[in-house]
Design a protein around this ligand. Structure first.
Ligand SMILES: [Fe+2]
Length: 182
């Protein structure tokens, strides 16, 4: 069974696929090409549910508080930086949702495109920091039993936040969307 931190690393790979889709859609907008509202809606659903409701909640509600108890500093330390970046990500998602919410007029598409580029840059940088620093620290301070208990809590969180089976369906949807958009 993969450890809790390995599960988060795997989710990063799926989310990076979503960022690729976002960048491709933004590139089309930049060339003034028509984009599919349905694709944008699916991508936004994935970001709101898979990334925000599940992935970031697993970190904020389960992993980070435990790491703080283990002595990894929050305020001003690595956990504080990660939380600040989650907040910045939420602001950019809000901008994207607002821009896409009333139909993608040329003006709305430009606003969506800019926010999507900023979001993608932020998330790539954020994942790099988590994978290269925070998760490695976590792997040093957490026992195998703790990793297994956290992984179990992650599964319960998914079911509670978005309903049983939805996490897996969102992952498949994103893989299909990415495959359609080579
Ligand atoms: Fe994070």
């Amino acid at each position: 069974m993969p450890s809790a931190t390995d599960r988060l690393r795997q989710e990063h790979q799926t989310i990076k696929g979503a960022l690729e889709v976002a960048e491709r859609i933004a590139a089309k907008m930049n060339r003034d090409e028509e984009v599919s509202q349905e694709e944008v809606d699916k991508l936004m659903e994935f970001i709101c549910l898979f990334v925000e409701q599940c992935h970031h909640s697993k970190e904020e509600e389960i992993l980070f508080p435990l790491l703080e108890k283990k002595g990894i500093p929050a305020d001003g330390g690595p956990l504080g930086v990660m939380l600040m970046e989650h907040d910045r990500a939420r602001g950019l998602i809000e901008e994207m949702s607002t821009a896409a919410g009333n139909g993608l007029t040329p003006d709305a598409a430009k606003r969506w495109m800019q926010a999507a580029w900023n979001y993608s840059d932020l998330m790539h940088d954020h994942f790099y920091k988590e994978e290269e620093m925070l998760f490695k620290m976590a792997d040093r301070v957490l026992s195998q039993e703790e990793q297994a208990a956290i992984a179990g809590a992650f599964k319960l969180l998914e079911d509670e936040k978005i309903g049983e089976g939805k996490h897996e369906r969102l992952r498949s949807m994103m893989e299909a969307l990415n495959a359609q958009n080579p």
